[in-house]
Ligand binder design. Sequence first.
Ligand code: COA
Ligand code: AMP
Length: 633
Amino acid sequence: MFNLYTQAYEQSIKDPNAFWGAIAEDCHWYKKWDKVLDDSNIPFYRWFTGGETNTCYNAVDLHVDNGMGNTAAIIYDSPVTGVIKTYTFSELKDKVAKFAGVLSSKGVAKGDRVILYMPMIPEAVFAMLACARIGAVHSVVFGGFAADELATRINDAKPKVIVSASCGIEIKRVIEYKPLLDKAIDLSTCKPNACIIVQRPQAKASMKDGRDYDWETEMAKAVPKDCVPVKATDPLYILYTSGTTGQPKGVVRDNGGHMVALKYTMGAIYGVDKGDVYWAASDIGWVVGHSYIVYGPLFKGCTTILFEGKPVGTPDASTFWRVISQHKVKSLFTAPTAFRAIKREDPKALLMKNFDLSCFNYLFLAGERLDPDTLFWAENALKVPVLDHWWQTETGWAIAANCTGLHRFKVKPGSPTKAAPGWNLAVLGSDGHPIKPGEIGALVAKLPLPPGTLPTLWQNDQRYIDSYLKEFPGYYETSDAGYIDEDGYVYVMARTDDIINVAGHRLSTGAMEEVIAGHPDVAECAVMGVADDLKGQVPLGMMVLNAGVDRSPEEIVKEVILRVRDKIGPVAAFKTATVVKRLPKTRSGKILRGTMRSIADKKEYKVPATIDDYAILDEIEESLGKIGYGKKA
Ligand code: COA
Ligand code: AMP
């Protein structure tokens, strides 16, 4: 069947140079590229080599220069503080140029890193764009991470400056960020030259003389900076994401490919155009926030909503409908967990009836598997297309989607629809050969990946190869298992590594195990992601204590839970653990996490033939039953 999607898709695979080259004409370049796709150093493919551009110019100044200076660029809607404030493209340009001046005055130049540890406030967006303006590389760290996680990122990125705020606000709780930042700097071996702190009225941060500077004071004396040309292949940002160990992976994003791909997706995938209001209800600390709160909508000239609140509790389950109707949102993008939270509080969607949602065209969901119940509930309540799409921090944009701006396909529940243009997907068996439609295997993408995807990991080319390219030569391994049906619909079933998805947040059970194993009384442990009605998955810990430990297990469980909260952060949502006599293992010593997870989730499982002692599974079932999991709960 011929349609705009098949036309785009086929060209993107057969002739990526022509496809992306034509799309790139829609962006502003100081100097055009020499090559669209540079394959001179395989497997490190690069896009638009030789080209020079500026991400901030394309996101902000270009629209002012094109007469859209008075159009709203950002609507900051903060139910937790009661503030709603709009910034036009001209106002945004002014703030960003000034903050670029502040960064320069603290010695930040092209290529230097700047860490942002910020709540969802406009200053966070100004700071990201200011880095892009002067060619500095930002690395945003999600506010829900603890000081140790921040310290790990400071050590890896070695920032010249850190930008933060006195606090974040979680529903009705004020979370002071500055003590966490101070602790992280104490813990890290690399010290920043300066910290710039936004003082919020809800908490006042104490400042360290000679290192900490107040945002407002610095802005008042700043000399605005203009955009500087950077290479298309220069890094725009590093975003750390969970890997299989406690050492997160620094996903690198370049300037040129990122700009071209994201601007394209705003129309092709999300069906919006300049002047439309677009809302990604996520956090700037995650990739969704980078791509679709900040860069994508601003490249396209859309108005983006910066929402400092939650789907429920700020103040109630009607907040999303209020924001959509008040600001005339056309497309909303969030995680299924947000809709499960709303559905739980307002199962009949009665609160929705108080709002005029006639402006609203599409709901996009991603970040975790979209369960059919949530899909049907959202479709019935909203009466607009509800479109699942699949992507990862590494990819920066959707691998598979229902590209509504090209051709909207029939929704098949459980599938994010088809490979997006540029994505040559395959399903491989463990022998590395493609398997039949409908059969589950490793979901992989044939190289080269399209523009906007990770060119490498920060200063770690080898880890990039080892993590993504080694297992299936010639392909990028997504670490998701799934299948593609006869019609080309993709189904993403589960991760093949120890990454879990908690309320749409990506976490590593391996990293949690490392923290738990550090407790002096713990001999060994296993953390698994078990099913949760609201968050999709939550972590559950099983621990074996050292011989001779005679303290109460309940006390140790409490300490371990606090330890994970303290070292990884509240976002890990690690709240359940239990002490067991032993863990089930194969004869070669591998802990049977999958089997324990099936027991906890009351799923059928095959007793592995290699298990060293069958009786352990009964013990595990008993222990899980006592904490409310499995058939014996
Ligand atoms: N700073 C500090 N703490 C934070 C934080 C931040 N930026 N974000 C979350 N936390 C804390 C929360 O306060 C909570 O702490 P608690 O254990 O003391 O209650 C913990 O981290 C877990 O937070 P969260 O995952 O948000 O769970 P929740 O129970 O507060 O809310 C949902 C549940 C479903 C409402 C919420 O997860 C949500 O809105 N999810 C939307 C999905 C999303 O944005 N995904 C991003 C990718 S698209
Ligand atoms: P993150 O890097 O945080 O975006 O998480 C990426 C992971 O989330 C993917 O590898 C998948 O396991 C999961 N994921 C994201 N979107 C979807 C989706 N639409 N369906 C199923 N899983 C998804």
